[in-house]
Design a protein around this ligand. Structure first.
Ligand SMILES: NC(=O)c1ccc[n+]([C@@H]2O[C@H](COP(=O)([O-])OP(=O)(O)OC[C@H]3O[C@@H](n4cnc5c(N)ncnc54)[C@H](O)[C@@H]3O)[C@@H](O)[C@H]2O)c1
Length: 310
């Protein structure tokens, strides 16, 4: 099979690329290297450096592909609050450009990276897909708009779109030195270098942390699940358990044999208090369940982050 992975030089996309190559697929990557890295892309993949919002580049990238894994996005909530226009241009218009390109090229399945942020923190826990969305940042709005475009392309044109709502993904290749780095690499980096890990708010906010290999498995399952069950739909991708940030910090401290001394700072705008998925729809329609438990995932993440220091 020939597949396109947009954002394939980034954290999640590059792991999808590796899994596809591993099973013998032909892989094209479309990435503008905005937050991604050329060295993340296996040399067996064809890397096209360009934007998902550029219809001419997209036309070349999708040519001959059966599946598109659309991961490219501006993904930082804070960045979207500070600079909403580029977030919208890439996440909303870019997704529409990808959908139209995929349709024109005869792509069968379009797997879209969506986000738990669309729920906005006011839905009942554990949150089901039909809970209703109240996005609270330009990023979350752009992700919800993109999901709607995916559904509309399925309904109007029969393009088999499947949106996957990721919940706080973590693992190797998620960098601590990115401008808007995620909490787990920041905690590990602080503990490795003897600094006080910064905790926004009281640290009791909780998340349904999801290990990267589970997210890759979800993408592969979404590419192959029967269209009658999943086309035009959106699914939670998470384990269905949640951990407070202070629990994560404690577990990391145990793994690294240090006593974390957190520095509490202001809560961040746009952050939700608690987030936990009901993952049963993905199990039913995609045959997907998370397999990696938190401690195992954190151990693998720590090993990778430690290797950056060697
Ligand atoms: N990491 C998470 O916890 C998480 C949670 C929910 C949803 N998501 C979604 O998963 C997807 C992947 O996220 P990630 O964590 O791997 O982020 P990432 O920043 O590592 O990867 C995004 C990739 O997209 C590329 N990109 C950005 N703008 C582009 C453009 N205009 N054209 C082509 N490529 C472009 C970047 O260079 C980067 O390689 C995103 O759609 C994100 O919104 C991530």
């Amino acid at each position: 099979m020939k597949a396109l992975v947009t954002g394939g030089a980034g954290f999640i996309g590059s792991h999808i690329v590796d899994a596809l190559l591993e099973r013998g697929d032909e892989v094209v990557v479309l990435d503008d290297l905005n937050t991604g890295f050329r060295h993340n892309v296996d040399e067996r993949a064809r890397l096209i450096i360009g934007s998902v919002a550029d219809e001419y580049v997209v036309r070349d990238a999708v040519d001959g592909c059966r599946v598109v894994f659309h991961q490219a996005a501006h993904k930082a909530v804070l960045r979207s609050i500070e600079r909403p226009l580029p977030t919208d241009a890439v996440n909303t218009h870019g997704t529409l450009t990808m959908l139209q390109g995929a349709l024109d090229a005869g792509v069968e399945r379009f797997v879209h990276a969506s986000s738990s942020s669309i729920y906005g923190g006011s839905a009942p826990l554990p949150t089901r897909e039909d809970a209703g969305a109240t996005p609270r940042s330009p990023y979350a709005v752009s992700k919800l708009a993109a999901e709607h475009y995916c559904r509309v392309y399925a309904e109007l044109h029969g393009l088999e779109t499947v949106a996957l709502r990721y919940f706080n993904v973590y693992g190797p290749r998620q960098r601590p030195d990115a401008t808007y780095a995620a909490v787990i690499p920041l905690f590990v980096e602080a503990l490795l270098t003897g600094r006080a890990p910064e905790v926004h708010g009281d640290g009791l906010q909780s998340r349904d942390f999801t290990y990267i290999s589970d997210v890759v498995d979800a993408n592969l399952a979404a590419a192959d699940a029967p269209a009658a069950a999943c086309a035009g739909r959106a699914y939670n991708i998470a384990g269905g358990a949640s951990w407070a940030l202070l629990d994560i910090l404690r577990t990391l401290g145990d793994l690294l044999h240090v006593e974390p001394q957190p520095k509490f700072v202001d809560a961040r705008p746009g952050d939700v208090r608690h987030s936990r998925a009901d993952p049963s729809s993905a199990a039913r329609d995609l045959g997907f369940r998370c397999r990696v438990d938190l401690e195992d995932g954190l151990r693998r993440t720590v090993d990778w982050l430690r290797s950056l220091h060697n």
